[in-house]
Ligand binder design. Structure first.
Ligand SMILES: C[S@@+](CC[C@H](N)C(=O)[O-])C[C@H]1O[C@@H](n2cnc3c(N)ncnc32)[C@H](O)[C@@H]1O
Length: 189
């Protein structure tokens, strides 16, 4: 049976608020900023925590071929709606903590777009996800993350341990709540 994406969102929010970490899906302005640096012909892109698919739709709208996009979503309620809405995109029901062991399956990526609620996660989990993500990213690849806070939601200790830096791309005041987007990249590049 088809379930509308918003019904899936509010069902998941009521059942597991810390896993969702947002009161509503991201808005179009935030989706455009999150995807603004992604060159549609550059290669494969991984999206973590797509939820209802707001960033997925923005990536496809930029011209990214559906075959170059893989979604990693843990919450069961979002899987069927994502598959129905984006039939040519690969949707994996997977914990983003497992990324480090997915290299053979996923191959190398040019960018990672993440809607994960890092502020609700322990530091070891953030380290595993971001470290695993960078094990998949090509040289020059970037990890895009939004946050409702002022600073990057990947703690500076984790960035330092992994040899990464975070730069703010911008802030979207007209999002509910207002949100900032950070580009995380390797320091040596
Ligand atoms: C804040 S919502 C963002 C949804 C969407 N990207 C947006 O911006 O509207 C967080 C998403 O991350 C997913 N998520 C949380 N922990 C996860 C994990 N360990 N692995 C994969 N997805 C996870 C949740 O199920 C949810 O879809």
């Amino acid at each position: 049976m088809k379930q509308p994406p918003l019904a899936a969102f509010f069902g998941a929010l009521l059942a597991e608020p810390r896993k969702i970490g947002a009161i509503v899906p991201s808005g179009g302005r935030l989706a455009r900023l999150m995807t603004s640096e992604i060159e549609p012909t550059a290669g494969k892109v991984l999206e973590l925590g797509p939820g209802t698919g707001v960033f997925t739709a923005a990536l496809l709208k930029r011209g990214l071929p559906a075959r170059d996009l893989t979604l990693v979503e843990l919450e069961t309620r979002f899987i069927a709606p994502l598959q129905q809405r984006f039939p040519n995109v690969t949707v994996l029901q997977r914990d983003a903590r497992e990324l480090a062991s997915c290299r053979a399956e996923l191959g190398s990526q040019v960018a990672i777009v993440s809607g994960l609620p890092f502020r609700n996660m322990p530091i070891e989990v953030i380290t595993a996800i971001v470290g695993g993500g960078f094990s998949l990213l090509e040289r020059g690849g970037a990890f895009y993350q939004f946050t409702y806070g002022q600073s990057c939601s990947v703690p500076s200790d984790v960035l330092g341990e992994l040899g990464l830096r975070a730069e703010r791309l911008g802030r979207v005041r007209l999002n509910l709540p207002p949100a900032s987007v950070f580009r995380i990249s390797r320091i040596e590049e």
